[in-house]
Design a protein around this ligand. Sequence first.
Ligand SMILES: *[C@@H]1O[C@H](CO)[C@@H](O)[C@H](O)[C@H]1NC(C)=O
Ligand SMILES: *[C@@H]1O[C@H](CO)[C@@H](O)[C@H](O)[C@H]1NC(C)=O
Ligand SMILES: *[C@@H]1O[C@H](CO)[C@@H](O)[C@H](O)[C@H]1NC(C)=O
Ligand SMILES: *[C@@H]1O[C@H](CO)[C@@H](O)[C@H](O)[C@H]1NC(C)=O
Length: 476
Amino acid sequence: MRRRSVLPAHQDDMEKGGGKQPQSRLCFLATLTAMFWVLIFYFHFAVISTDPDASTARTAEVRIARAVLPFREPDVESRAELPIAPPVRASEPPPPPVPRSKVVVEEESAAEIRQEEPPKVVAGPYPFERALKTAENKSDPCGGRYIYVHELPPRFNEDMIRDCKKLSVWTNMCRFMTNDGLGPPLGNEEGVFSSTGWYATNQFSVDVIFGNRMKQYECLTKDSSIAAAVFVPFYAGFDIARYLWGHNISTRDAASLDLVDWLMKKPEWSVMGGRDHFLVAGRITWDFRRLTEKESDWGNKLLFLPAAKNMSMLVVESSPWNANDFGIPYPTYFHPSKDADVLQWQDRMRTLERPWLFSFAGAPRPGDPKSIRGQLIDQCRSSSVCKLLECDLGESKCHSPSTIMKMFQSSLFCLQPQGDSYTRRSAFDSMLAGCIPVFFHPGSAYVQYTWHLPKNYTRYSVFIPEDDIRTQKCQH
Ligand SMILES: *[C@@H]1O[C@H](CO)[C@@H](O)[C@H](O)[C@H]1NC(C)=O
Ligand SMILES: *[C@@H]1O[C@H](CO)[C@@H](O)[C@H](O)[C@H]1NC(C)=O
Ligand SMILES: *[C@@H]1O[C@H](CO)[C@@H](O)[C@H](O)[C@H]1NC(C)=O
Ligand SMILES: *[C@@H]1O[C@H](CO)[C@@H](O)[C@H](O)[C@H]1NC(C)=O
C-alpha cells in the first residue's frame, strides 16, 4: 500500500535503530512526542555537551571502556525477571524477543517509494487523497500535521482513571492522576527543584499525560479525511497494569480485543488498514507481547494482534526486534511551561558542585545470576567517591523525588544498569540533573530512544559492557 507523504522536513533526524523505518505519518508523530518532551531533552543535551573535553577526561578517570556497540540479541535467560513495581517480583519470565519482523522489509520499500516521489501530489484513486493534498498545502500551517482523535467509549480510558485504585497492586495511583497525569506539584523546600514546573510524576503515567496533552494539540481535526494520523486514546498501559498479576489471559486480553474490534468497524480503519493509527502507553513493550496462550506467560497479546501490527505504538521501552513499537522517554518530574524555565535550569545544573564521582540508586537482583547490580553496589559501597541509594528496603528514600534528584545533582556519573527490563526512568532523571548516565547494555537507551537521543551516544553517555563488570575488567 502506498503511504501518504506527510513527512516533516526533519525526518532525517529520526533514524530508528535496528532497521526500523518510522512510518510516514509517524514521523510527524515523532515531532509531536518530541515537542512534548523537547524542552527537557534540549536541556539534557545542552547540559551534557557543554564540555566534551572535561567529560572525556573524566571518562578516562573511571577507566571506562567505550566499546563498539553490537546489539546482541539477549537470550531469554538474560532477562529472566520482569519489569515491575517494587515489593514482590514477578515470577513469570518475560517473553523471549521474537525474531526480526518481516514488516521491516515492507517498510524499507515504502521508504524508497517515498524518496522517488515527485514533489507534486499525483492524485490517484486513494481514499486518503484529501489527506495527501492537505499535507502538501504549504499555506496551511497544519498541513501534514493534522491529527484525528478517535472518540473511544470511556471504558478504554476515562473509566480507568475513575477506577484508579485498580491501576497498580503496589501503589495507589490516584494521586498521580491529578494535574492531567503530572501528579501533585512538588514543593521546593530543599532547593533541589525550581519553584515551578516540578511534579511528583509516576513513571507509568505516559498514557494519561500524552492523552491529555493531545487535547491541547494545535492541529486537531474533526475531519478524519484530512488527518495525517489517527490517535487512539486507549490507555493500554493502565489496562494491562490492572491485570498483570493473578489474572487469567482472557481478562488480560479483553480490552485489547474489544478495542481492535471497535476500531476496525470505524470508517477510518479501512482508509489504510489502520497503518495511520497510533497509540501511546507508558509501559514496556514486553507487557504487550505475550507469545503463547499459556496462563503462565507474561502480559497480554495486544502487539501481536493483526490489527495492532498495522498500528504503531509508542512505549517507554520498545522491542528492537519488532517494527510496530517505538521507544519514547519515561516522564521525569520536570514539566517546564516555557523555554526560559529550561534555560534557567540548565544554567543551574552547569554550575553545581558535584562531590561524588559516581552514584547509583537501585536494588540488587539476587535472583538473577546475570545481573551486575550486586557487583556495582559492592563497588560503590567500598568506594569513597561513590554515593549509593539502596532501594530494596521497603518504603525507602529511593522513591523520594528530592532525594534522588539531590543525589544526581551532586554526581558526575550515574550508573544505569538494566533491572527487570533494559530501560530505567532513572536514566532520564540523571540526564535532567546533568549527571552523565553510564549504560551497560545498548538496549537501555541507544537502540530505544532514537527519536530523542543523539545517535553518537558518546556525546551524552558512557558505555561499559556488562561483561567488563562481570569479569572485573572494569573496577573502580
Ligand atoms: C490550503 O490551506 C489554506 C489555509 O488553511 C486554505 O485556505 C486553502 O483552501 C487550502 N488549499 C487547498 C487546495 O486545500
Ligand atoms: C478468567 O477470569 C475471569 C474473572 O476472574 C472469569 O470470569 C473467567 O471465567 C476466567 N476465564 C477463564 C477462561 O478461566
Ligand atoms: C493491515 O494492513 C494491510 C495493508 O497494508 C491490510 O491489507 C490488512 O487488512 C490490514 N490488517 C487489518 C487487520 O486490518
Ligand atoms: C562522537 O562524539 C564524540 C564526543 O563528542 C566525538 O569525539 C566523536 O568524534 C563523535 N563520533 C562521531 C562518529 O561523530
